[in-house]
Design a protein around this ligand. Structure first.
Ligand code: BGC
Length: 738
């Protein structure tokens, strides 16, 4: 449709019909009967007549259902306006790849882009038009369960992923049959709830918000994200969903976002709970004035906006502005011409879990694993050894991550299945060893869970069998971790350790065999002190997706090299969080290793250093790198410095490392972080090979929010670090002259 046709359409609509376009009820992704009716409407207190004029639907998928619902809907709609079907396609649609935090560990935005492209293809064939992804909330607090949906603690890395994933879903044109509109979320600062408690207040200075939290949203918007979702939290004590400054001044004016702004689930209604709005009518007014276009699930708009406009409390032009954006989105998706878009039953069944998609899911998993420890090169395993596979994750398919809404555990390949297929002829015993969870743990999720409850006698027997197997094995591989529902939305934790029943298993095994490899399944950084002390090797595999088992077995046996690096700091203990590498010096900096120094910024009972820093990860071979060499030590606006190191593979096999470039502004008008990541490069070297790798430093990389409110660089001295983790001390210095 042409712009003037959209305007004509808008003119023909009644106020009620226009409000309908902003109303988003829940759909029926998992239901057999493709009708927007029934008990769910009752449970959410929605009226059929309102649903009949709604503009978009949440949670819909399935080509057959989508086509039928769309057709029925258009037939009865007064203006024949099609619906948009929106769904959380997070780490895959049905072919589930690793959780976003794991993808970030690949440090390969291009891989995440491929995964998003694949997910879009499956979801679009299944009738989905828009995905509520990417989530680009910066995270520094592992107590917050949603860190699994993020791409970690670093502003540069998160921004790279935000742009890449957006492009992956959307391609060049969201009207294409195999593309989705992307909705970047949760604007803004949702990843910084006080004390890591989900939905809690966010307290960020404007400088911190702008410098660290906003850039990744901006990167997705600049990459063309069609929608933005508001966050549940407050920003400067005003909930984001009713925050005019945030939405009108920053998002619309400064960031130049002109797409659709959708509330998070019931977030408009929650303005009342926040204590901002007295009732839902006031909540509707506030959100509308802030420029929130679509009301996801609260009914505040559908029940109140018409009257607010008639009473002249809300100007009709605000409604028109929002409705026009929704109509424009429908137009960009090509729905006026083809309301079914990519929905295609045949293609859907061909694409879902097809070989190509599974292969990509496997590759993504293989690139996301992080080798945290490998003493005595205990890994990779070899065929002539007797190996005991032990633990609740050996034979477990719940490895898709909490947000894999269409994923099915039965699609996943467990470690045991992969081992039976790939390692036939190896001497491997298999024992569960312990339950996954402590008996008193309560889990909540979108679909509930049916984990077995064990009698103590059964637990004792499991443990005894595992210890017996471990005693006679050359090596024990322990598959441990968090339950899939222990990370994700509303899964904040006050402790970050593994379930105690699993730690008891680790202890018991360690008493009879010290050649222990721990393979860890989890959605967040954990307190790994005991695991580190009792094991010779640790392989972090996150929630690896449908091809997890195969990818893990390939990695344990050296068919795949672990190349992942930590996108989030793993704390020494929960007392350190929130923790991130790009911290500030303070006036009394603590010197590494000098934990006994008094009156410096430190703890009495724990070190300052995390257990594993951001950017850290080992390879199966070892690398050495030279000092940083600069081609010049002066930079000016428009010029560049080339910073180089020579990297040598000094181990026994070919391998890949990730070289990381960090910069530190030594003295500036505001305190600057001790280091900030600015670039990375994967370097693959044959055994014994040396290569020079170089990074370009530009003046743009040195810009920040200055004391007088500019985003600019300041003349003076800088340090540049090139190394293989955020703890590198490999440094050179240069000056910026202006
Ligand atoms: C989450 C969003 C999600 C939405 C729709 C909310 O609870 O915060 O991230 O997109 O539900 O499912």
């Amino acid at each position: 449709m042409k712009k003037n046709e959209l305007s004509e359409l808008l003119k023909k609509m009644s106020i009620k019909e226009k409000v309908g376009q902003l109303f988003q009820p829940i759909g029926f992704a998992m239901m057999d009967d493709p009708a927007i009716t029934g008990p769910l409407l009752e449970s959410f207190k929605m009226r059929q007549e309102d649903v009949n004029i709604c503009g978009t639907v949440l949670g819909m998928a399935g080509a057959k259902n989508a086509r039928k619902i769309q057709q029925d809907f258009i037939d009865q709609h007064p203006h024949k306006i099609p619906l948009i079907f929106m769904l959380d396609v997070i780490n895959g649609f049905r072919t589930i790849y690793p959780i976003p935090l794991a993808q970030a560990a690949s440090f390969s935005p291009e891989l995440a882009e491929e995964c998003a492209r694949m997910a879009a293809r499956e979801a679009a064939a299944s009738g989905v038009h828009v995905t509520f992804s990417p989530m680009v909330d910066l995270v520094r607090d592992a107590r917050w369960g949603r860190v699994m949906e993020s791409t970690g603690e670093d502003v540069w890395l998160s921004s790279q992923f935000a742009a890449a994933v957006t492009k992956g879903y959307q391609g060049e044109d969201i009207a294409a049959a195999d593309k989705l509109g992307a909705c970047v979320k949760h604007f803004a600062g949702y990843g910084a709830p006080v004390a890591g408690r989900d939905y809690n207040t966010v307290q960020l200075t404007e400088r911190t918000l702008r410098e660290y939290y906003l850039p990744a949203y901006k990167a997705a918007i600049d990459a063309g994200a069609a929608l933005v979702m508001t966050s549940f939290n407050t920003i400067d004590d005003i909930p984001a969903t009713g925050n005019k400054k945030l939405m009108r001044d920053i998002l619309r004016e400064e960031m130049r976002f002109d797409g659709v702004l959708i509330s998070d689930f019931n977030a408009i209604g929650e303005l009342v709970n926040h204590g901002l709005a007295a009732d839902l009518a006031e909540a509707a007014r506030m959100a509308c004035e802030a420029g929130v276009d679509i009301d996801m699930m609260s009914s505040a708009y559908i029940n109140n906006l018409e009257k607010l406009i008639e009473d002249k409390v809300v100007d009709e032009s605000l409604l028109d502005e929002s409705v026009m954006r929704v109509l424009e989105l429908k137009n960009k998706l090509g729905l006026f011409e083809n309301p079914f878009k990519g929905a295609d039953e045949k293609l859907e069944s061909e694409l879902i879990l097809c070989d190509e998609h599974r292969a990509l899911a496997r590759q993504a998993a293989e690139k996301s694993f992080v080798l945290l420890k490998n003493e005595g090169q205990i890994l990779p395993l070899s065929e002539d050894e007797k190996i005991a596979f032990v633990g609740p994750y050996v034979d477990n398919k719940n490895i898709l991550g909490a947000w894999s809404i269409m994923g099915k555990a039965e699609d996943a390949i467990s470690v045991q299945e992969a081992a039976e297929r790939i390692l036939s002829g190896w001497d491997i015993s298999i024992n569960q060893g312990s339950p996954l969870l402590d008996a008193d743990v309560k889990l909540e999720g979108f679909r509930g869970h049916e984990d077995e409850v064990y009698e103590q006698a059964a637990i004792d027997k499991m443990l005894e069998e595992a210890v017996t197997a471990a005693r006679t094995a050359d090596k024990v591989v322990l598959f441990l971790g968090e339950h899939v529902l222990q990370s994700g939305e509303a899964t904040s934790r006050g402790q970050l350790d593994l379930p105690h029943v699993q730690l008891e298993l680790l202890q018991a095994v360690a008493e009879v065999n010290t050649n222990i490899v721990v393979v860890l399944f989890n959605g967040r950084p954990l307190d790994l002190r005991m695991v580190q002390a009792k094991s010779a090797a640790i392989l972090e595999v996150w929630m690896p997706g449908v091809e997890g088992g195969t990818a893990i077995v390939n990695t344990l046996t050296g068919q795949n090299e672990p190349v992942g690096r930590l996108p989030m700091t793993f704390p020494y203990s929960v007392g350190q969080v929130p923790i991130h590498y790009d911290t500030y010096s303070t006036g009394r900096p603590h010197r590494p290793g000098q934990d006994k120094d008094r009156f410096v910024s430190k703890y009495l009972d724990i070190p300052n250093k995390p257990l594993y820093p951001f950017g850290f990860g080992l390879s199966y071979t070892r690398f050495e790198y030279s000092e940083v060499v600069l081609d010049t030590d002066v930079i000016a606006v428009g010029s560049t410095i080339t910073a180089a190191v020579r990297v040598t593979n000094i181990g026994d096999t070919d391998g890949t490392t990730l070289m990381q470039l960090y910069i530190h502004d030594v003295a500036a008008s505001v305190a600057r972080p001790v280091k900030q990541l600015k670039d990375t490069q994967h370097v693959r070297l044959a055994k014994g090979e040396t290569q020079e790798i170089s990074f370009q430093i530009t003046e743009e990389m040195l810009r920040f929010n200055t004391a007088d409110g500019r985003f600019d660089s300041e003349a003076g001295q800088f340090e540049v670090y090139i190394g293989d983790s955020s703890e590198t001390e490999n440094v050179a210095t240069f000056r910026l002259e202006k």
